[in-house]
Design a protein around this ligand. Structure first.
Ligand code: KG4
Length: 345
């Protein structure tokens, strides 16, 4: 039963290649449905044109499923939140347009959500009958995905500052691009993770960047990996097939070392020991283990989200929308998505 005082937020996410819808009631998750897009696999990366078409096909069924799973009707929704950006413009337009139509049809307010803020606020998705121990402000969040590698100082729900970020590739891109060179399917991150479990992380050494501040760089690693393989393949054309586990384990360790090095530095500089991780790469088992070890060593309070909330999902859009709703931060029908956005926008 929903009363008039209940706040039910419908969240819509369509920034890249996942179409997702979620319903959150008074901050508690009722449903989170996602349709992935297999169409990109054969291209080795997301094809924007195909992504927007797939969103167009998926959006209505995905929302229907989310509403049904939540056990509610369209008319029960209090407000609708959608991803404004950053992301692929054609993909964002599908979610934005859907939200506008839904808002008009139901005569309810609309909130635009910054996808990066939403990844961070995924830590505040509450589930019925589960313990809830979210990070306390201020905390640091390592946001690692296919498009971002950032250390974020989170001062409040909607008050965040990037204190370190990649100057070139993201950590997810490093995983995916190196995996592609090894002939692994796209996206390669999960495959590297899988093979790394059977490999020796000390087998090979790859270049690590030397940057003084809290920024990251992963393009040098990608080049170093590529040249290393090119040289070894000259000596042995089966080098990759014969060494996949060791290659994956060594690559993964290098990426994790780079990520943790700056995170430790950020914690020391700010004195903050509440540490969270977010984004697709936080699904990596090696990274989770390394963070857990580091947390024990440095007495951090570590927050790792559930797997379902690390990759793109609408529950994180709905929870961010919920906090915007509470603050009365609404947008009108003239709202437009943006491909590029800073975490503060
Ligand atoms: O946040 P996310 O779902 O979306 C975008 O940024 O678009 O992150 C996707 C990234 C991809 O680069 C993927 O390879 C990486 O997350 N990823 C992983 C793992 N699972 C997903 N990387 C390493 N290990 C994993 N287990």
């Amino acid at each position: 039963m929903n009363t008039e005082k209940d706040i039910l937020i419908l969240g819509i996410e369509s920034s890249c290649d996942d179409t997702s819808a979620s319903v959150i009631k008074n901050g508690y998750l009722l449903s989170n449905s996602i349709a992935g897009q297999k169409v990109h696999e054969e291209y080795g990366g997301v094809v924007p044109e195909l992504a927007s078409r797939a969103h167009q096909q998926n959006i209505i069924p995905v929302v229907d499923i989310a509403i049904k799973k939540a056990g509610i009707q369209n008319s029960d929704i209090t407000a609708v939140a959608f991803t404004r950006g950053p992301g692929l413009l054609g993909s964002l337009l599908v979610g934005t347009s859907f939200a506008k139509g839904f808002s008009l049809a139901q005569n309810i307010p609309m909130m635009e959500v910054n996808h990066l803020q939403a990844h961070v606020l995924a830590h505040f998705i509450r589930e019925y009958n589960e313990d809830f121990d979210p990070p306390r402000f201020p905390f640091l969040c390592l946001l690692v995905s296919g498009g971002n590698s950032q250390i974020i100082l989170v001062k409040d729900y909607l008050d965040m500052e990037v204190i370190g970020q990649t100057i070139d590739d993201a950590a997810g891109e490093a995983f995916d691009k190196c995996a592609k060179v090894m002939g692994l399917p796209y996206p390669g991150g999960p495959y590297v993770d899988k093979y790394a479990k059977e490999g020796n992380a000390g087998a090979f050494k790859f270049a690590k960047p030397r940057i003084a501040n809290l920024d990251y760089s992963f393009s040098g690693l990608k080049t170093s990996f590529l040249y290393f393989l090119r040289d070894r393949l000259k000596e042995n054309e089966n080098f990759i097939e014969e060494n996949i586990p060791d290659l994956c384990a060594s690559l993964q360790k290098t990426i994790i070392d780079i990520l943790l090095d700056k995170l430790v530095k950020a914690s020391k500089e700010t004195g903050i020991k509440d540490i969270a991780v977010a984004g697709g790469v936080s699904a990596n088992s090696g990274l989770r283990q390394a963070l857990t070890d580091e947390a024990r060593r440095r007495k951090w309070k570590l927050h790792i989200p559930k797997f379902a909330f690390t990759t793109d999902n609408a529950a994180m859009i709905a929870i961010t929308g919920y906090y915007k709703y509470l603050r009365g931060e609404f947008v009108g029908q003239d709202a437009v998505p943006f491909a590029r956005m800073d975490i503060r926008e």
